[in-house]
Design a protein around this ligand. Structure first.
Ligand code: PLP
Ligand code: COI
Length: 341
């Protein structure tokens, strides 16, 4: 298979149209068989539920070329399960897990020429999503839906690759108590756009959101969960009902305990205690683990001892082990790797 002529090493996190995408439509209470299509555009009613009332949810996962030349994805079953939860919370029909995984496999296989080579630093990002497609004008769910998976080759989510980030404590909330923070609905990202534009304008890379009820506890950023490391090498990560259950974070908790023999605590983390941590990282599919060097809380700077030049040592070990598993250099736990080719 001849690869596309792409400058893999200089890709950012941006959309590039690829050859094929999977589409299935839901009508009269059932999903159709679906299949791969070439048209990258969507046509729908001007009054589609997604356009009026944001009835949409999505997922994000990656395909990798391993050291020995296979193409694999990482834990797509967990993306399917999370999308099931998102769909239920947003009154959308569930796209069955086996069909979700099969759609991902079909899209990767059909776009093999866009899967970045091993060692290029790039990966193929997959974006499964679902939206309410028919016209509704009163506030109610759609009854016709489209499920689609497209893919695009990507480089690092944050400019500068693994250079530590500076983030700020946001004055905005990304989630409400008893709201939708724990599901991957487009609405959570719509309301974060003003906050991220404001953070960038003030010179920050990302926002640290606090719990919406008391504004005293660390939640997550707009697109990643937090991992902290204590001065005695314990991994600590926030536990909250209003954050997205990151597949990367759940995987790293396992890696920390089972591969690196580290102690891990999943618990509430107060903003007040962040100054005592040795390392901080943002973890997610797009972010992988992006180190944080500085957190600014309304002018008060918290400088992590790991510094602004490179990842802290524990963060680096976690990063190397996780990416080693994804790229086939390190043996994966049973069921984590779905081989496509
Ligand atoms: N938190 C938010 C708000 C996200 O958008 C994402 C990205 O998917 C994550 C966390 C990380 O989740 P995952 O590791 O499953 O990609
Ligand atoms: C991902 O990591 O897959 C996400 O969905 C985060 C998004 C903000 C790019």
């Amino acid at each position: 298979m001849e690869k596309k002529n792409i400058d893999w090493g200089n890709l950012g996190f941006a959309y590039m149209e690829t050859d094929k995408r999977f589409v299935s439509n839901y009508k009269d209470g059932a999903w159709d068989e679906g299949g791969l299509i070439s048209d990258a555009n969507v046509t729908m009613s001007e009054c589609a539920c997604v356009l009026q009332y944001a009835q949409t949810c999505f997922e994000g996962l990656k395909a990798y070329t391993t050291e020995d030349g296979h193409i694999v994805t990482f834990r797509p079953d967990l993306n399917a399960e999370r999308m099931e939860n998102s769909a239920k919370r947003l009154e959308m029909p569930v796209f069955p897990k086996e069909r979700f995984i099969d759609a991902v496999v079909q899209v990767v296989a059909a776009n093999e020429a866009y899967v970045p080579p091993f060692g290029s630093g790039a990966t193929l990002y997959l974006r499964p999503y679902m939206y309410g497609k028919n016209a509704v004008i009163g506030v109610k769910p759609a009854d016709e839906f489209e499920f689609r998976v497209f893919c695009t080759p990507v480089g690092p989510y944050f400019k500068g690759g693994v250079k530590p980030l500076t983030i700020c404590v946001s004055d905005f909330d990304r989630a409400a108590p008893c709201g939708t923070g724990h599901v991957k609905g487009g609405l959570n990202y719509a309301m974060s756009l003003h906050a991220i534009v404001s953070a960038h304008a003030a010179g920050f890379d990302e926002n640290m959101y606090l719990d919406p009820k008391t504004r005293t506890k660390v939640e997550e950023t707009g697109g990643a969960n937090f991992l902290f490391v204590t001065r005695d090498n314990k991994v600590v990560t926030p536990k909250s009902d209003s954050i997205l259950p990151s597949i990367t974070r759940r995987s790293l908790v396992h890696v920390a305990k089972e591969y690196l023999g580290l102690e891990v605590e999943e618990r509430e983390i107060y903003l007040e205690e962040v100054k005592d941590f040795a390392e901080c990282g943002l973890c997610g599919t797009a972010a992988v683990i992006s180190p944080v060097g500085k957190i600014v809380d309304h002018g008060k700077e918290i400088c992590l001892p790991s510094g602004m030049t490179e990842m802290g040592p524990i963060t680096k070990k976690l990063y190397d082990t996780l990416t080693g598993i994804q790229m086939g250099r390190i043996k994966a736990p049973e069921g984590w790797i779905k081989v496509i080719k």
